[in-house]
Design a protein around this ligand. Structure first.
Ligand code: COA
Length: 150
């Protein structure tokens, strides 16, 4: 895969996010998650949790920029649990439609893996090609996920 050297990557955490333009990243995720997205206000809750300094919360927000524009973003939440539940949940990752297939998504997920300790859970719809990305980075799907939605 070609390395795209014009893309810069940034990691924001609870103690280091003054330089983050929250609205730009939220707008980006709301638009580029495509059909796998959520309401903007829910993505914002996830970001606020990731950047919270409250005990048991936290995580990271990663962004990729090219020519000043956001071309990729990822949000990871710490669960506050350990051992019986994975320590982290990778909640959102998206890359701009015109930037896909150049390794940006893989780099963001690899950075998220490197930025935290413990296991990382995520869910992905069976038909989403993002599965290929996760599997290439070592994620497995031993479990089925069931939800009581209400
Ligand atoms: C999923 C997504 C983030 C991948 O980003 P990307 O920058 O295009 O992915 P990469 O170029 O880093 O690809 C990483 C690997 O996954 C594979 N891959 C990525 N998309 C693929 C696809 N549609 N089909 C097959 N393989 C794919 C690549 O071949 C690559 O493997 P390689 O390193 O062996 O070449 C991007 O497609 C996206 O934003 N999708 C819409 C939002 C979404 O579905 N998010 C995930 C659910 S929350």
């Amino acid at each position: 895969m070609a390395e795209n050297n014009s893309v810069s990557y940034h990691t924001y955490t609870p103690g280091n996010n003054a330089a983050l333009n929250r609205d730009q990243v939220l707008d980006f995720l709301f638009k580029h998650l495509d059909e796998y997205g959520d309401q903007r206000q829910d993505i914002e809750k996830c970001m606020n949790y990731a950047l919270s300094e409250d005990a048991g919360k936290g995580g990271s927000v990663l962004e990729a920029r090219e020519n000043g524009q956001v071309v990729g973003a990822l949000i990871l939440n710490n669960t506050g649990m350990t051992g019986y539940i994975p320590e982290n949940i990778l909640v959102y990752v998206a890359v701009h439609g015109s930037t896909r297939g150049k390794g940006v998504g893989k780099k963001l997920v690899q950075m998220a893996i490197d930025s935290t300790e413990g296991s990382i859970a995520l869910h992905v719809e069976p038909q989403n090609p993002a599965r290929h990305l996760y599997e290439k980075l070592g994620f497995t799907n031993k479990y089925l996920e069931y939800r009581l939605t209400r």
